[in-house]
Write a protein that binds this ligand. Structure first.
Ligand SMILES: *Cc1c(COP(=O)(O)O)cnc(C)c1O
Length: 419
């Protein structure tokens, strides 16, 4: 903080020397400007702590907001593990060294029906590990319709290159058939890879090879089939937005040899890459030296284990909040609307995180008379609230706000409205 203030004073000195203001008014303006600048620096720089934010965007898995919020019960268990030692790699029974992956593996195999499982730092890491282990200096066959960019620096062709594998593209952007894969297989082929298109859809004259057909082809040629499911939908979910999205369990049942997915998207857990599949292949990935660089720490394992247990118990996951009944949701909106001076309007929510981009969730949200200025004040509030502007009004979608936080939201909005 001292550094920022000192820099502000230095700037003031320089400005006074170079271009001194001619009036008292001018001097006051200059000082005010610099104070604002220092305050802004402190807000965004070292002074800004990672903060709890109320996500009123209606986008459930918002990458900028940390993707999936952990279930409250899971988060409550964490502190006891964080400031103490834990049996991460010790078998308390025998007193011997054990494997940090063992609990997650048991839970993941139970949930998906796979033989074995391994956890990496994130899905991108899991995919790199698969490619480096099975396809280094060899060929990987991928459909042209699946050479996607997920966001940031995750582009399928780049990931392949980084892992030392050679990409063999088959089919066209809109249509790829099993025969296209078949013709591309040669002596250098190491792997068939299917990637969930995630955040985009092509519609119209389209065709892609089904996982089942690829399984048959891969088996017939003695090649492994890896599928990047991407979102961590371990088992089928009843939400209409997720119909037709093959879960990890279904892909394993179809016969995929390896499936990788993400821990902090639909699974609702911490950032993690979940790799499940056949024992031999998972073991090879585990033994690869790269795995050492990709393995998660105990905090991620602790969160993941607890979230997987919630799934096993069919517990209430935060994601389910998106599909609350309209009537239940309406009473929440009606409770908050008067305090916020808001009207209730139709609004679309989204799963986010690359899942079902073309399938909005219809419903209702609060609309406040306000613009980008109010949006800004809400973001700087306590707690910060993130909404969005639509047709000149500020929209707050409560489907992504925990009902337990409604009182906090009301306080933050009242403060922002008061200026
Ligand atoms: C999100 C996604 C990834 C990347 O997952 P991270 O956990 O962010 O590394 C990879 N593949 C697909 C298909 C995805 O949707």
């Amino acid at each position: 903080m001292r550094r920022q203030v000192r820099r502000g004073i230095d700037t003031l000195r320089r400005r006074l020397a170079d271009d001194p203001p001619t009036s008292e008014e001018g001097l006051k303006k200059l000082v005010d400007e610099l104070i604002q600048q220092v305050a802004a620096e402190l807000r965004t720089g070292v002074g800004s702590k990672l903060s709890r934010v109320l996500n009123a965007t209606g986008i459930f898995l918002h990458t900028n907001l940390g993707r999936a919020p952990l279930p409250r019960g899971v988060a409550a268990r964490l502190p006891a593990l964080l400031d103490a030692y834990c049996d991460l790699e010790l078998d308390l029974d025998s007193g011997r060294r054990s494997e940090r992956n063992r609990r997650a593996e048991l839970l993941l195999t139970t949930l998906t029906g796979a033989e074995a499982a391994l956890v990496a730092n994130n899905n991108a890491g899991a995919l790199v590990l698969v490619l480096a282990t099975l396809a280094r200096d060899r060929e990987v066959v991928v459909s042209r319709g699946e050479l996607v960019e997920i966001g940031g620096s995750f582009r399928v062709p780049d990931i392949l290159r980084a892992a030392g594998a050679r990409l063999v593209e088959v089919g066209t952007t809109n249509r790829t058939r099993i025969e296209d894969y078949e013709q591309a297989i040669g002596p250098e082929t190491a792997l068939l890879l299917k990637v969930h298109p995630s955040n985009y859809r092509i519609s119209g004259f389209v065709a892609s090879a089904e996982a089942a057909g690829l399984v048959t082809l891969a088996r017939g040629r003695g090649l492994p089939l890896a599928i990047d499911e991407g979102s961590g939908l371990l088992r089928p979910h009843p939400a209409p937005q997720l119909q037709g999205h093959e879960s990890v369990q279904e892909l394993i049942a179809l016969g995929a040899d390896l499936v990788c997915s993400s821990g902090d998207k639909l699974l609702g857990g911490p950032q993690a890459g979940l790799l499940v599949g056949s024992k031999g292949l998972i073991q090879s990935c585990h033994r690869h030296p790269l795995y050492r660089a990709l393995r998660p720490d105990r905090v991620a394992y602790a969160c993941l284990e607890a979230v997987l247990r919630c799934h096993l118990a069919e517990g209430a996951l935060p994601l389910n909040r998106l599909w609350v009944e309209r009537a239940v949701h309406r009473s929440r909106l009606e409770g908050l609307a008067p305090t916020c001076g808001a009207e209730i309007v139709e609004a679309e929510a989204f799963v986010g995180g690359g899942a079902a981009p073309e399938r909005p969730i219809s419903g209702e949200a609060l609309a406040l008379p306000g613009d980008s200025d109010l949006l800004y004040r809400l973001r700087l509030g306590d707690p910060p609230v993130v909404g969005y502007i639509r047709e000149g009004r500020l929209i707050l979608d409560l489907r992504t706000v925990d009902p337990d936080d409604d009182a906090l939201l009301a306080t933050a909005v009242t403060a922002a409205l008061a200026g």
